[in-house]
Design a protein around this ligand. Structure first.
Ligand SMILES: CC(C)(COP(=O)(O)OP(=O)(O)OC[C@H]1O[C@@H](n2cnc3c(N)ncnc32)[C@H](O)[C@@H]1OP(=O)(O)O)[C@@H](O)C(=O)NCCC(=O)NCCS
Length: 174
C-alpha cells in the first residue's frame, strides 16, 4: 500500500474528501458530523492521508483570532478528525494530527491548538498529548453568541498553555 500525506486548501479539496466523510459519519447515523445540530466553520486546510490514492484519513485546520482571558489569541482549530472504518488502528489519525500541529508550528503564528470532541474520544486525544480545557468556551451558533458546551474542548499547547478561563471563538466552532 502506497501511503501519502498532503495538506490541501479546504474548499478545493472538499469534493475529494466528501466520500470519506460519508463513510466516517454516515448520513442519518447516530453519531454524525454533517447534519447534526452543530453549525461548524469550514476547514481552511485539510491534512489528508491517501492510501493507494484514496483519501482514508482527514484532519481539518481552521485558524482563528479569538479571545482568551480577555486577550486576543490566535487559535489553531482542529476538526473533522476521521479515518475510514476499513483503515483504522494503523496510526493514520495520529500521523494526520501530528502533521496538522506541525503545520501550525511551522507558521509560527498560533498560540495553541483547540479541538472539540465527544466524551468517548477524550482518551484518544489525551493519550496523544492533548489536555482538557476546563474553562468556558463561547462561540457563534445559528447567528447568536452562546456558551458552547455541546462538545468537550481539548487543547494542545504551542506558544501558550491555556487550561482554564474563558475562550471566545469569535465565530463558529470547527
Ligand atoms: C478516532 C479515530 C479518528 C481514530 O482513527 P485511527 O486512524 O484509527 O487512529 P490511530 O490509528 O492513530 O490510533 C488508533 C488507536 O487509538 C485508539 N482509539 C481509537 N478510538 C479511541 C477512543 N475513542 N478512545 C480511546 N482510544 C481510541 C485505538 O484503540 C488505537 O489504539 P492502539 O494503537 O493501541 O491500537 C477513528 O476511530 C474515527 O474516525 N472514529 C470516528 C470519528 C470520530 O469519532 N472522530 C473523532 C472526532 S473528535
Amino acid at each position: 500500500m502506497n501511503v501519502e500525506i498532503e495538506v490541501l486548501t479546504g474548499d478545493a479539496s472538499w469534493p475529494s474528501v466528501k466520500p470519506l466523510f460519508d463513510r466516517v459519519w454516515p448520513p442519518n447515523a447516530g453519531e454524525q458530523r454533517p447534519g447534526d445540530s452543530i453549525e461548524y466553520a469550514p476547514a481552511e486546510l485539510r491534512v489528508i492521508v491517501q492510501a493507494d490514492d484514496q483519501p482514508v484519513c482527514h484532519v481539518g485546520i481552521c485558524r482563528r483570532e479569538g479571545i482568551w482571558k480577555g486577550r486576543k489569541t490566535r487559535i489553531g482549530g482542529i476538526g473533522g478528525v476521521g479515518t475510514d472504518p476499513d483503515f483504522r488502528r494503523r496510526g493514520f489519525a495520529s500521523v494526520a494530527l501530528n502533521a496538522a500541529l506541525q503545520t501550525l508550528k511551522d507558521e509560527r503564528a498560533t498560540d495553541f491548538a483547540l479541538l472539540f470532541c465527544r466524551p468517548h474520544n477524550v482518551d484518544f486525544y489525551t493519550s496523544r498529548g492533548w489536555k482538557p480545557f476546563t474553562g468556558e468556551v463561547y462561540a457563534e451558533q445559528h447567528g447568536e453568541r452562546i456558551r458552547f458546551d455541546a462538545l468537550l474542548p481539548m487543547v494542545s499547547y504551542l506558544k501558550r498553555a491555556p487550561h482554564e478561563g474563558e475562550i471566545d471563538l469569535c465565530g463558529l466552532p470547527w
